[in-house]
Ligand binder design. Structure first.
Ligand code: MF3
Ligand code: CO
Length: 256
């Protein structure tokens, strides 16, 4: 968001990465809890309330609520919504929907941020099953490229290739980001690009990688609520996110 991409990249010590692993694990706990509540008839506000309660019980602070005046602890984005959908009791999930749940927390001064996209009910069309599978797999293709000496472009290129080879498209308007003592730090991490482009990955960088993949065209627009991003053509969109540290041993997923 805005101009964080031009800030200085802040590398983390092993002790800091350990703290980020704790906030990352907490985010995963919240996502697992919310995932079990994704059933037909539940509203996205039900998910929000459960997440807010659990974050407080775990002794953490929500990262999104109040960030540029965002009103909730989760982003819940249904079907053609790409990211930043605002939970509401009016948004009731139904069989065959897909819902992206994105959550961030701060614990001991360090941020964690992760997202999953979950099918609602037992029956999903083959197209949507494939959209979820390809989007999640593209995230892991990106993570595989998180190695000292590679660049941000290696990550984006691997994601884009996997997505496009499967007939889907990657959103350009929203990107991943560095993360640490702030939710959004440099560098920006596009889900597209070419190997060798962008800054080089060095030990201690922590990256929030978050492919947003549309079943139709890549274009997005933001609704009148100033937050909810949707596909321009009304096609479906999926979103998965992990925070990953660059280490000598390779990628270390912190939101496991
Ligand atoms: N994971 C999303 C991101 O990194 C969520 C941000 S929502 C906001 O952009 F409200 F905090 F902006
Ligand atoms: Co993020």
């Amino acid at each position: 968001m805005m101009s964080f991409g031009d800030d200085k990249i802040v590398r983390k010590s092993p002790e800091e990465i350990e703290k980020m692993r704790r906030s990352g694990q907490l985010v995963r706990q919240v996502l697992n809890h919310v995932k079990a509540l994704v059933v037909p008839g539940a509203s996205t506000m039900d998910l929000e309330k459960a997440a807010e309660k659990l974050i407080a019980e775990l002794g953490a602070t929500p990262a999104f609520k109040g960030y540029y005046d965002y009103p909730c602890v989760l982003c819940t984005s249904i079907n053609e919504e790409i990211v930043h959908g605002i939970p509401s009791e009016k948004r009731v999930l139904k069989t065959g929907d897909i819902v992206s749940v994105d959550c961030g927390v701060v614990l001991d001064g360090y941020y964690g941020d992760a997202a999953i996209t979950v099918p609602v009910g037992e029956t999903l069309t083959e197209e949507l099953r494939k959209l979820l599978e390809v989007t999640e797999a593209s995230l892991y293709k990106g993570i595989e490229q998180v190695k000292i000496g590679n660049t941000i472009g290696h990550v984006g290129s691997a994601i884009q290739k996997h997505v496009e080879a499967n007939g889907f498209s990657v959103v350009r308007e929203f990107v991943g980001h560095g993360i640490g003592t702030k939710l959004h730090e440099a560098p920006q991490i596009p889900n597209f690009g070419k190997k060798g482009q962008g800054v080089e990955l060095t030990e201690g960088m922590v990256l929030a990688i978050e492919p947003m993949v549309n079943s139709g065209g890549p274009e997005a627009k933001v609704l009148g609520d100033k937050w909810t991003a949707v596909t321009l053509d009304g096609s479906y969109s999926a979103h998965f996110e992990h925070c990953v540290a660059v280490t000598k041993q390779g990628p270390m997923i912190l939101t496991q």
